[in-house]
Design a protein around this ligand. Structure first.
Ligand code: ARG
Length: 513
């Protein structure tokens, strides 16, 4: 058979059928486009499988050498296969090996294997890498947030609830809240990693094989920590992929929230931050504009990602046990989700790194605000031992007075006005005490008085930063360990290949970015 020129030859898998697929049907059902991402993994999986087939006596040494030789040729130049003229990467790769060797040899690569275990193997290997890369980018973002937080432990800012000014806090505290959420996102990825990192190869079509394959050997050659043992489970289940895309969805929700905050704070109305020119867009019409488009794209992509998540779940839902071709459709959604998250994390990290913080503006807004009210009420509770509810009533009435006197700050209230409020509420508090309390409670004092654990008090900030830095370092270490395990196993696989092909160049393959 001439590879890629199929006229006169049947597609590799057409044994019962006497005719090839209609061109349009082939185009319709081919997963060639999505499978570009899988070539590298399909080659590795096939190498491991064939080495194992040789070890159990199915392939002779000469056969395995010829097959491996074809595979390394493809690894050096993946453009040698034409995915679009085949049903998928698996058929395309097998046709290539058959073309390079001959049918008597290449025709043996699919012994004790099915596309059903092959595709899940490739997907798990790709997701394993994607998950690790996503974790690295998450860590980069966490580290850049920690750097910004360190510079802003005593930068005062307003916190908002219901989009209304709520309490006074510190900017670092806000940034650290993102770090906490992102650390949980990392936890989630960590947690599902071991479940992704198990090997389905050898599950066959659904019911295993009567050939005495060594599943543990292929799993070890490919760097997996164990097997997806049950052959039905190995080929039919996609739950690990569902949890992977769910975790990505949750990450994107976090990124979307951070973006929404930054977009708002960068408006002239807030004026809290400046997003660097390098990370802003302009307007074709309005010369004054500097738009936070990259952040808007992140927010938008979080919507698309929820679409990807929905696609994966909806495709998997209601399928009976056993491989169905529907499952092919989850691949583009998964790849798009992986790409979106990784790109968004990288962009957001740059935005954070280059963010300019207008500290004076933040403080000025806090000074003008009534967000100090809860601090005043709490001081009344502490100093005067009064019920919080009574303090709440008094401060609320003072705010009302200040608002109706032209939105003046509480510190602008006159003695008479305070007296009037206290009288109306039958309070025996002294006007002077209230005036002094208000005068002393600047935003900076307000945050320094916050005593509860996890509060924006600048003293707690440094402790939190140190703790989160330690956590990030520990993550970094375990992530490097995970990546090292994979690369050591794949290096060992390459050395195995070299045992058969002494001329094989051990340097990294061309088909893995
Ligand atoms: N292209 C298929 C996929 O991506 C591979 C498995 C096809 N298996 C089958 N028996 N039709 O899911």
């Amino acid at each position: 058979m001439m590879y890629g020129t199929l006229q006169g030859a049947l597609l590799v898998y057409r044994s019962r059928s006497e005719k090839n697929l209609e061109d349009s049907t082939l185009r319709f059902l081919s997963s060639g486009k999505a499978d570009k991402e899988l070539i590298y993994y399909d080659i590795l999986g096939t190498q491991a499988h064939c080495i194992m087939l040789h070890e159990i006596g199915i392939l002779t040494v000469s056969e395995v050498e010829q097959i491996l030789s074809a595979l390394v040729k493809l690894e050096a130049n993946p453009a040698l296969i034409n995915l679009s003229t085949f049903e998928d990467v698996h058929e395309s790769l097998e046709a290539f090996v058959i073309d390079q060797t001959k049918a008597e040899i290449g025709g043996k690569v699919h012994t004790a294997r099915s596309r059903n275990d092959q595709v899940v193997l490739d997907m798990r290997m790709k997701i394993r890498d994607d998950l690790n890369n996503t974790s690295s980018y998450l860590l980069d973002l966490i580290n850049s947030l920690l750097r910004k937080a360190s510079e802003n432990v005593d930068t005062v800012i307003l916190f908002y609830t219901h989009s209304q000014q709520a309490q006074i806090g510190t900017f670092s505290h806000l940034l650290l809240s993102y770090v906490e959420t992102l650390s949980r996102d990392l936890d989630r990825l960590n947690e599902i990693y071991d479940r992704i990192n198990t090997c389905p190869l050898g599950g066959g079509a659904i019911g295993g094989s009567s050939i005495g394959i060594n599943r543990n050997r292929t799993a070890a050659l490919l760097g997996f920590i164990g097997l997806v043992t049950n052959s039905i489970d190995a080929t039919s289940s996609r739950d690990t992929m569902c949890e992977y895309v769910s975790s990505l969805g949750i990450i994107m929700i976090t990124l979307s929230r951070i973006s929404a905050d930054l977009i708002l704070w960068s408006t002239s109305e807030f004026g809290y931050i400046d997003i660097s020119d390098e990370n802003s867009s302009t307007s074709s019409a309005m010369p004054q504009k500097k738009n936070p488009d990259p952040l808007e794209i992140i927010r938008g992509k979080s919507g698309s990602l929820l679409g990807n998540l929905n696609s994966v779940f909806s495709i998997v839902k209601s399928l009976p046990t056993g491989y169905s071709r529907d499952l092919q459709e989850i691949k583009p959604a998964l790849w798009e989700a992986s790409n979106s998250v990784q790109n968004s994390l990288q962009i957001l990290e740059m935005v954070i790194d280059s963010l300019y913080v207008h500290r004076e503006r933040m403080e000025q807004m806090a000074v003008k605000s009534y967000a100090i009210s809860i601090d005043i009420a709490e001081q009344l509770v502490v100093k005067n031992r009064m019920p919080f509810r009574s303090a709440h009533k008094i401060v609320g009435a003072l705010v009302e007075k200040a608002v109706s006197s032209g939105n003046m700050p509480l510190s602008g209230l006159k003695k008479e006005q305070i007296k009037e409020v206290l009288l109306r509420l039958n309070s025996d508090l002294k006007v002077e005490d209230i005036m002094q309390l208000i005068a002393n409670l600047t935003p900076k004092v307000s945050v320094s008085l916050r005593l509860s654990e996890g509060s924006p008090n600048p003293k707690c900030q440094q402790l939190m930063i140190d703790e989160l830095k330690r956590k990030a370092l520990a993550y970094d270490k375990s992530l490097s360990g995970r990546k090292r395990c994979i690369s050591e196993s794949l290096d060992a696989l390459r050395r195995e290949v070299k045992n058969y092909l002494p001329d094989f160049d051990l340097r990294k393959s061309n088909c893995h970015a």
